[in-house]
Design a protein around this ligand. Structure first.
Ligand code: HSE
Length: 443
């Protein structure tokens, strides 16, 4: 391949992102050639349905029914994988491309979260690039930022809003005071949620992205199995009401940080101060904050999904390869990635919001506070909210009805709050499973 010859790409998966990428190359081909030093051309494509109208002209490109055949075809220099999925044809095609000596650009977070270290090693051994800017936070250039721009820093913490569907649902629940199911149905109708929305709302989509960011930020092997993951389906309007009164917002966050016992990686609904920068990220927008020793805090926000934004990130990887910029997949040689040392979630320390549905009778409040004290948990506040109106006729016994009790703790260990809530549950003072949301104090 001569340095000035056009760079030829094969695109597997011509859905929204693939079609946007082809359009981007059509529209910006001349500028790209100047910026990359070589012209970029799509030589081959592969997708399921050849006859489908995708709004782009594929007539000059070789068609492959099988993405693995495209991956092994000598007619392209870069294989762009936009198929998705952790295994199946995506994995086989990426491995085939690497073994055929092709550079690979992928948007596939599930694949890299599952076997990113192994693929990085294979790419390195084959002397090719494996780039994945589009796999985390769509159009936000967070991979390049972490891998290259922040090369002179030691990162201590990275956190962010990594799933647009969840952020859309939580923002609407908060602003319009409506329920979870209604918001999820709208997110699906608008095409924000993955085909299986349980992946979005259960937190796994954000977890895959966080696992990739963690590997670069902390120089570790990718480990998406050690993450603590909690989704958003238990968040109720009552939690938003309480959060608002307390000066917080609720967002699904991915957080990774170094602790004395290892690296903590967690995805869960989080109460964050209303005044913090990340609390202002609404709707499907994503945001990633990085805290590092020399730069301080950096926050990048932008579209986390969508054809054009994702194609923009795919193109940035292609342009790097066309220019000859070669960086290790996770910012260092794959052999230098350290084994991931997991910090146990039980050791996590922080503030907690707890909402209990307490049978409203004398002593219940004191018993609950006592159980918290037994575990060494100090309460910043405990408030009993209104209880349901009593509807019994005069002369009849008034039934004991549950009333919401909201507690905020000072910093405590996760193991202690869990143990206290288990005891409170078995004491028989509460009518429902306790709601517990972790609090983070961001600027
Ligand atoms: N479904 C994802 C989201 C986008 O809602 O953010 C792709 O990862």
């Amino acid at each position: 391949m001569e340095a000035t010859a056009p760079i030829r790409i094969g695109v597997a998966g011509v859905g929204t992102v693939g079609a946007s990428l082809i359009r981007l190359i059509e529209r910006h081909g001349n500028d790209l050639a100047v910026r990359s030093g070589r012209s970029i051309m799509v030589n081959g494509v592969s997708a399921r349905d050849r006859g489908k109208d995708r709004g782009v002209d594929l007539s000059g490109m070789a068609w492959f029914d099988d993405p693995v055949a495209l991956a092994g075809d000598p007619g392209s220099d870069i294989f762009v994988e936009l198929i998705g999925g952790a295994g199946g044809p995506a994995r086989e095609a990426v491995e085939t491309a690497i073994m055929s000596g092709k550079h690979v650009v992928t948007a596939n977070k599930a694949l890299l979260a599952d076997c990113g270290t192994e693929l990085a090693r294979k790419a390195e051994a084959a002397g090719v690039s494996l780039n994945f800017e589009a796999a985390a936070a769509g159009g936000i250039p967070i991979i390049k930022t972490l891998r290259e721009t922040l090369a002179g820093n030691t990162v201590s913490r990275i956190y962010g809003i990594l799933n647009g569907t969840c952020n859309y649902i939580l923002t609407r629940m908060e602003k319009e005071k409506i329920g979870f199911e209604e918001c999820l149905a709208d997110a699906q109708r608008l095409g924000y949620a993955e085909s299986d929305p349980s992946f979005d709302i259960g937190g796994q989509d954000a977890a895959h992205k966080l696992a990739l960011l963690t590997a670069i930020a902390f120089g570790t092997e990718v480990d998406s199995t050690s993450l603590y993951v909690e989704g958003i389906s238990s968040i109720s309007p009552a939690d938003f009401e309480a959060a608002d009164e307390l000066g917080y917002r609720i967002r699904l966050l991915g957080v990774a940080c170094r602790t004395e016992s290892g690296i903590e990686q967690r995805v869960h609904p989080t109460m964050i101060p209303r005044s913090s920068a990340i609390a202002h990220i609404d709707g499907v927008t994503n945001a990633v904050a990085v805290e590092a020793d020399f730069v301080g805090q950096l926050i990048l926000c932008g579209p986390g999904a969508g054809g054009e934004a994702t194609a923009s990130s795919v193109m940035s990887d292609i342009a790097d390869i066309a220019r000859g910029d070669r960086v290790g997949t996770f910012g260092r040689p794959a052999s230098d990635l350290e084994p991931y040392r997991r910090a146990a979630m039980r050791a996590h320390e922080g503030g907690y919001y707890v909402r209990l549905s307490v049978f409203d009778r004398p002593g219940a409040f004191a018993a609950i506070a006592g159980r918290m004290a037994e575990r060494g948990i100090s309460l910043e506040s405990i408030v009993q909210r209104h209880r349901a109106p009593r509807t019994t006729a005069p002369g009849h016994l008034v039934p004991v009805e549950p009333a919401p009790v909201i507690m905020i703790t000072y910093d405590t260990a996760e193991a202690e709050i869990r143990a206290a809530l288990d005891t409170i549950k078995s004491d028989g003072h509460i009518a429902e499973t306790p709601q517990m949301i972790r609090i983070e104090q961001f600027d």
